[in-house]
Design a protein around this ligand. Structure first.
Ligand SMILES: [Mn+2]
Length: 441
């Protein structure tokens, strides 16, 4: 039986906007939080002691962390070297250098020859000697398209066909590793990836458009005794036989993780079976106070009541309230700051709402029903670039409203949005879905 501590998505050095400078140390308090939480994970590994630590990737926000952040990370993992606990550091998407292979932020541990440390920056099988016997770990770092495909391979293929080709190539490469496994040793697959069944949080927006989704059928296979994953920040168990697990991030990276419990997992593995324990971490709470005061008489009193109803001592707080422009005089912001001062940090966001939907085209006036054709005409009068097709649009609209079929004309093509633009970087067709996601980056 080999005991493993599996943690992931440390993201040390991110979330500084949710912290403040600690006057005693000069450091951002969120860096201190993350380091303290990482320290708790390492404490547990040493206290057990576990036979192996698996890190599922995304050590830092990017491949070039600040020296002070690198040092804080190294100081914690150094304790595993001193305790002679072998450790695998997997390279996640945030650890990769964007310029070609190599140079990932974690590769320094291999370069320095840190005893007992393995860096997983390629698909590879590592046999690791632990206090309770040997174990084999297949490392599957974050794979980009360019790791598996050349541009000619993808020529003329749709996005779906490219993804299928990527999965086929990964399947073949993984099969090669599986065939060389020693069937008498416990086996772990350690991967930084998105599965097709995971529930996503912030990481979706941190990484979209750069990778691809791996089907569970490739992972949940009897040749693996445990599948240790990283990348998705919400802890989840995706399969029981074998266990396929995201431990989740160790700290809240942003407000999208407000409701998530944070932690790591302890796993006991032997050939043919694994058992799991999720270990929650006491991390700093995030609280959103959301209140609509636009329909109350005393918005200040309503705001204070909403703040007082929440327990947020030492939490990262955001107060979001909806208010009418004419109520702003009634809000005393210094008073809100006073009430929120028990928070670790806080932001206040006032969303202005209009009582009436104000007409954006003055000629349409307010309050009464508008004939749709008049509305379209007013719109077109304000859009000079549509002048060429204005008459046709009005005819078509009139025909649609009377239920008579409009005849298609050549200008229909001119106003059809281009649904599959070429991606300038890859030369691949971009689906509108992906195009929408790319805009989020
Ligand atoms: Mn990731």
């Amino acid at each position: 039986m080999i005991k493993i501590l599996h943690l992931s998505d440390i993201h040390l050095g991110s979330g500084f906007s949710h912290g403040r400078i600690n006057p005693e140390t000069g450091l951002n308090t969120r860096l201190e939080d993350f380091v303290a939480t990482l320290g708790r994970c390492i404490d547990r590994a040493i206290a057990e002691p576990v036979d192996l630590v698996l890190f599922g990737g995304d050590a830092f926000p990017d491949a070039t962390p600040l020296p002070i952040v690198q040092e804080a990370f190294a100081a914690q993992f150094r304790r595993l070297v001193d305790a002679q606990i072998p450790t695998v550091l997997l390279v996640g998407n945030h650890d990769q250098h964007s310029q070609g292979a190599g140079g990932a932020s974690l590769c320094i541990y291999r370069t320095l020859g840190v005893p007992g440390f393995v860096v997983g920056d390629r698909l590879e099988t590592h046999q690791i000697q632990t206090r309770h016997g040997r174990i084999q770990v297949i490392t599957l770092p974050w794979l980009t398209r360019s790791a598996l495909l050349t541009r000619p391979d993808a020529d003329g293929l749709s996005l779906a066909e490219v993804n299928q080709l990527l999965i086929d190539r990964l399947r073949v490469a993984l099969e090669g590793e599986i065939r060389r496994l020693d069937p008498n040793l416990p086996t772990v697959l350690l991967g930084h990836l998105m599965t097709d069944t995971a529930q996503f949080g912030a990481e979706r927006f941190l990484a979209v458009g750069k990778g691809f989704t791996v089907p569970m059928s490739l992972l949940a296979r009897p040749c693996f005794d445990y599948v240790a994953l990283g990348h998705v920040h919400r802890h989840q168990i995706l399969a029981e036989q074998p266990l396929v697990v995201y431990p989740g991030s160790i700290e809240r990276v942003d407000f999208s993780e407000e409701q998530e419990e944070k932690g790591f997992v302890l796993v006991e593995v032997e050939p043919g079976q694994a058992t799991l324990e999720f270990c929650p971490l006491p991390v700093r709470p995030f609280r959103t106070i959301r209140v609509n005061v636009s329909d109350v008489k005393d918005p200040q009193a309503a705001l204070i009541a909403a703040i007082e109803a929440e327990e947020f001592t030492d939490a990262v707080v955001r107060l979001i309230y909806q208010v009418r422009p004419d109520q702003l005089d009634q809000i005393e912001s210094h008073c809100l700051h006073q009430y929120l001062s028990a928070a670790h940090t806080y932001t206040i966001q006032a969303d202005l709402v209009s009582q009436l939907a104000r007409p954006r085209l003055p000629e349409l006036g307010t309050g009464h029903a508008i004939d749709p054709v008049d509305a379209l005409k007013a719109y077109l009068d304000n859009q000079p670039h549509l002048a060429d097709i204005a008459a046709e649009m009005l005819d078509t609209a009139a025909a649609l409203l009377t239920g008579e079929p409009a005849e298609w004309t050549s200008s229909d093509l001119a106003i059809t949005p281009q649904l599959a633009p070429l991606n300038a970087a890859t030369g691949l067709e971009t689906s509108t879905d992906e195009a929408a996601q790319l805009r989020l980056l």
